[in-house]
Ligand binder design. Structure first.
Ligand code: ATP
Length: 513
């Protein structure tokens, strides 16, 4: 097993062992690419959602929320283009019988070349030490130029073939690159076919005349069909946004990267309606704004990069992804798309209802343009979880595993630990627990030795532990222990609240945006 696979396995098993994520219906052997969030996972997920919601809806006077239903009239998906074009190119390996997304096979091949580039840079960095000029090296190294040309050529061919729906050429490309099945090593490929990703379900009591519906593959359409309801009832003026979080469903062909690609997942989307002609400005604005949101969480900048799309979706004028360095490489975490007036115009056409905005400054009605930001909550969870899971060797040679989550998103903010289960210590500890629980998610733990309890909280990402000991009885102080550096300090009981709030309240993140 490669080092990367090994570290990914550790992430998946940590998530299960500590109650973050379980396979769905596990007692029946699970359901491929469907997962349940456990007692700690749901707290972390809720915190991420809350941070997104507050920063999008509460901090922006011109953005409001919505909670549209998952089931929508089926014509919605004709109008949006999903019935005709929400396809992925599928390829089967005839020997292993494994199914892949043809474009992902090629992209993974390109990623391996990008890794080689990174290795070249690291090698040179080691060789030249402090004098190393990365930019100069990248622009002058013939080997890197060769790698870059190769990836550019491959991606251009892939995108052109997909755009022209030339699936035979996608297969030729896979064969000419000698891409083999990652499971079996076989190069015996089927033809490439298009596969629609929408799930269907029946709506109606009798099976004879039940209407076939789709489970929504994105939350955005719920926003588009409610555009005028919200604009009118909220007396919204352009530019304004509508945000929503909720479940989406896609019958993904390849879904084996844990919660990165699921069949049932959650999106956090915001559609920003703008005057036609101003979309470029707003596209840049949201690109920058969303990256800032990610960076505010304090992870290293090197985890993020923009990827501007060459191949645009059927509705887009401009589009980019914010990519994150997941344990299996840089992959899309969030999309920012300039969607023109495609959706609203099409809903006008298919519904026969007007979806125009009346601009009372110019006395003209028009269909607004849309810039959208769309992030997967589960991918955001995985980004945080995977980059926060750390292992370190301590001075005494033992090792510890800890989850270095941003404190404001950690599932539990503080653990209250009486040193022993007698002498009145649990009573004081319970009183502190009772006082704090109104403001924070607090854990109480009196089982096992104190060192073991600290380790348990480290593994859950709890930023603070406080230990109540005999000195607490005498002077009202206790020991606070910090997750990241394990330092300990004595503080007064009545200063716990402000200590936690200072570093783990979502408010602090919001104020820095
Ligand atoms: P990909 O290219 O990885 O399939 P996409 O371009 O189809 O993603 P969008 O349609 O732009 O994704 O969806 C917006 C966001 O929703 C993505 O950036 C991602 O975070 C999330 N998302 C999409 N599909 C899934 C999925 N199957 N499981 C989990 N999250 C997803």
């Amino acid at each position: 097993m490669s080092k990367k696979e090994d570290s990914f396995k550790k992430i998946v098993s940590h998530a299960k062992q500590y109650g973050f994520i379980f396979p769905s219906s596990e007692i029946y052997d699970g359901l491929n690419a469907v997962y349940d969030y456990g007692h700690n996972g749901v707290e972390l997920k809720n915190n991420i959602r809350e941070y997104w919601w507050k920063s999008m809806v509460h901090l922006n006077q011109n953005i409001v929320g919505l909670d549209a239903s998952i089931l929508m009239h089926p014509t919605t998906w004709k109008a949006s283009g999903h019935v005709d074009a929400f396809n992925d190119p599928l390829i089967d390996n005839k020997d292993s019988k494994k199914r892949y997304r043809a474009d992902v096979l090629v992209e993974d091949y390109v990623y391996k070349i990008e890794e080689k580039i990174e290795k070249e840079i690291l090698k040179a960095q080691k060789k030249f030490g402090e004098d190393f000029d990365k930019e100069k090296f990248v622009s002058t190294s013939p080997k890197i130029a060769e790698y870059n040309n190769k990836t550019k050529k491959i991606l251009t061919r892939l995108n052109t073939s997909l755009e022209k729906d030339n699936l035979d050429d996608v297969k030729d490309l896979i064969e000419s690159l000698e891409i083999s099945c990652p499971e079996s090593g076989s190069k015996n490929w089927s033809k490439v076919k298009q596969f629609n990703l929408m799930f269907t379900t029946k709506f109606g009591a009798s099976s004879d005349n039940a209407m076939e519906l789709y489970l929504r593959p994105e939350t955005a359409q719920g926003i588009f069909v409610n555009f005028l309801n919200i604009q009118k009832s909220g007396r919204m003026k352009l530019p304004f946004g509508i945000a929503q979080t909720g479940k989406a469903f896609r019958n993904e062909i390849v879904a084996r990267q844990f919660v990165f690609r699921m069949k049932e997942f959650e999106q956090m989307e915001m559609q920003f309606f703008v005057k036609p002609g101003s979309q470029k400005k707003w596209y840049s604005y949201w690109k920058e704004n969303r990256l800032k949101w990610h960076l505010s969480l304090g992870l290293d900048k090197k985890y993020y990069r923009f990827h501007d799309h060459q191949k645009l979706a059927h509705y887009a004028e401009e589009a980019c992804d914010i990519e994150f360095k997941f344990p299996f490489g840089f992959k899309e975490l969030e999309g920012i798309h300039s969607r023109t007036n495609f959706d609203l115009s099409n809903h006008e056409k298919f519904s026969g209802k007007k979806l125009k905005y009346f601009d009372n400054l110019t006395n003209v009605s028009y269909v607004p343009y849309v810039v959208e930001t769309s992030i997967g909550l589960d991918r955001m969870f995985l980004a945080l979880f995977s980059s926060s899971l750390k292992e370190e060797i301590l001075p005494d040679g033992s090792s510890r595993t800890f989850l270095k989550l941003p404190p404001s998103l950690a599932p539990i903010k503080i653990a209250i630990l009486p040193l022993i289960k007698k002498d009145g210590l649990p009573e004081i500890a319970k009183k502190i627990f009772n006082d704090l629980r109104f403001e924070f998610n607090v854990a109480y733990d009196e089982k096992d030795a104190i060192g073991k309890r600290y380790r348990r909280q480290d593994a859950l990402g709890t930023p603070f532990c406080v230990t109540i000991d005999h000195q607490t009885l005498e002077d009202g102080t206790l020991t606070i222990r910090y997750r990241d550096d394990m330092k300990q300090k004595r503080i007064k009981i009545d200063s716990i609240n402000s200590t936690i709030a200072k570093s783990s309240n979502i408010l602090n993140l919001l104020k820095n945006l």
